[in-house]
Structure formats: C-alpha cells, structure tokens
Design a binder for this molecule. Sequence first.
Ligand code: PEP
Ligand code: CO
Length: 444
Amino acid sequence: MNASGKYSWQSLPAAQQPSWPDPEALRAAVDELSAFPPLVFAGECDQLRDRLAAVARGEAFLLQGGDCAETFDGVSAAQIDNKLKTLLQMAAVLTYAASVPVVKVGRIAGQYSKPRSNPTETRDGLELPVYRGDSVNGLAFTPESRRPDPERLKRMYHASAATLNLVRAFTTGGYADLRQVHAWNQDFVANSPAGQRYEQLAREIDDALAFMKACGVNPDAFHSVEFFSSHEALVLDYETALTRVDSRTGDLYDVSGHMVWIGERTRQLDGAHVEFASKVRNPIGVKLGPTTTADEALALIDRIDPGREPGRLTFITRMGTGQIRDRLPELVEKVTASGARPVWICDPMHGNTFSASSGHKTRRFDDILDEVKGFFEVHHALGTHPGGIHVELTGDDVTECVGGGDEVLVDHLHQRYESACDPRLNRSQSLDLAFQVAEMYRDY
Ligand code: PEP
Ligand code: CO
C-alpha cells in the first residue's frame, strides 16, 4: 500500500469498470466486503499452483470450464450439480482415455462480471448502459435494471459463497467418488451419442476399479476430487476488497477464487489489471487474442511471472479457428526461447463467435474442435505441451452452440437459449468435446 492507504494498482487506469452512479454507496459496499471472510484459503491457491506446475512440465492437463456469465438466478442446486457432473464426466473421459491427470478448475463461484465491447446499448431509440454481469447490473433492458448497483457486489460474494459451499460438499462428500462414475451420466445426456459412449467408458472404469480393489489398491484419490474455482478478475473494487495478506507469509492473495484471469480487453501492460495480477500470489491466467505480439507476451511474463515459476502463469489463447495456426507458433516459440514455461491452454470459444441467421450469437462445434486441433498441432510441431482447454459450458440441455453429435441446428437455437452472455456448450456437446480432445491428446 502507498501513503494514502491504496494498493499500487488503484492509481492506474482500469479498463472496463462500471460507472457507479453513487460513490458513497460503492464505498459502503466495499467497506462491508473488506470485512467478509475469505472464500478460499491462500494454501489452496498454492496447491493449485503446484498442480499447474505439473501441467507446465507436461505431466498433467488443465480442464477449465463453466458459464460465460454466472447469474444470481442460476445459484440453484440443480444447475450447480449439472455443471459439476459435466466437468467430472469430462475429466473422467480425459483421465481415462488420454491417461493423463486432470486438474479441474471451474469458471464458477465468482464469474459474475463481463467486459463489453460498447459501454451502452440502444434498442428502439432507447440508449442504456450495457449489461456488465450480475455483479454490476441486471440483464433486463430497463433504466432501473441497467443502473450499476454496488449492492450487487455483496450479492456476488454471497452467491459465490453459496456455490462454493455446494461445490465443496459435492467434491469431498462422496458424490465425486469414482464409484459414482455412472451416476454422473444421467438425465438427458445418457441417451445422447456422447452419453452412450461415456456409459461404455464408465463400465471400463468400473472394471478397472474392481480389479484394483481386488489387488488391494484403493487410494483416497478415488473417493474425493480436487476442484478449484476461477473467474475473470474484472471489477477491481470487488477483487481489491477481497485481497488479503496471508498471515503465514505476508503475501497478498485474492481470496475471491483460487485462480483469477485477466481478459483480452484488460491486459494492458500499464493498466490496473496487470498490476493487480502481478501483486497477488494466486495462479494467474491471461487471455491472448489474435492481435497479441510475442513482445507483449514476453512483457506479460516479466510483469506477472518475473521468477519464471512453473504454475504461476497460464496463457489462455483464444485466436479463432482461422488464426490459431498462424498466430500461435510465434508466441510459443519466442516465449519458450526466453526460458519461460507458462501453462498454455486453448480457449476455443471466444475467437469463434458469430451471429446466426436467426439473430442468435452462436458458435459452431466444429470450429471449436478445429481450434483445439490447431492448438495441438502447433504445440506438437514445436515440442511444447498443449496444457489444457478453457471452455464455456453448462450442464443443462441448452441450444446455444450449433453442431455436435446430438446436433443442434440454427433452427433449434431459439428453443433453449438461456445464456446471459456468450453461447455455451450443452452437456452432450461438452462430453463430445472431451472424447475428441482425449483422442487428440493421445495421438500427439
Ligand atoms: C470470457 O472469458 O468470457 C471473455 C470475455 O473472454 P475474452 O476476455 O477472451 O474475450
Ligand atoms: Co464468454
């Protein structure tokens, strides 16, 4: 902190911040948040950094996924349960079919804030502030709903706490026990092509478990699962209020989530977000879009990971299927030549969004798959490790992305389009992706 009691990042320009209409109300909310207990412990963040170090060394694979934007209405047992089942199923597929340990990180319990391309939106001649996520304002297009309200920052904290509580119960209370591998495959997904393929894999896992048990092997790792939370650290009033000094080491941690990332629109080297990321000890992600230069990537490493500590920094590339094979090689090559070993993962979602003829914002499953394929090809050619995937998904049977084995057509998009922001893979599309990524991983 400086003499005025501010952290270094608080005096730098911060992109994508809401214009809070009532500064007093903001201060009151931030004061309250600053006194709330941590959502995660520093030691858990360190543990995730260790796991990510294994990914950086090429010994594990990172699966990071969840909603584009969580919503307060979405904090229900059913929705959280479905999302977790989806991620657990995908992890089981990747672990078994690609024979690689999977580090599981949700875009969950904090993913409530959205960067936007324009500050306002106009409909029928009415111009209102754009929706910036439930942490800031409401999705409904009315002046009241779109007015940024700092009370929402407190709701975000409570929604995150409730979600994380259920996640912790699910993952340690027996539900994530590998013997439940069949139970995760219920509801609509069981009858989809990917669900049927999964059923076969679950039978094989059962046989393998029975065999190991008969041999006297039954480790704890089969009975609970390590699962971590993550979100984009976007609204700095919130993240700063949840930034605390670790009493063990004196280091700063953002205790709003285990891993936080910086988005494509807020990674300015002289901006507040990069400064914030450089000062907290959490594992940090940075999104890299197609305009990223190798010099920018190197400068980000110097700022955020000057000690070149494996697991500290994850580059999340989101180039688009048309650009991944052109844009990624130079970045990976120059970063590797510098001696840095960040985790490289592929976000095949954000470079592949387009408007369908129906007017819906959507993504093609085949584009998503092809970007991941390009990502594997580039890493294979350079001898580096394709460390994981970062996807927007839900456990529900939505129709937001087109394609997949249980094909969603453009004509279906209106049926269940529920995302508050970007289009997500539904459960069978997510499973489908996991099978195909497992094959790519095995083959490269
Ligand atoms: C996101 O992850 O939802 C997002 C906005 O991504 P990006 O910063 O890569 O555009
Ligand atoms: Co998104």
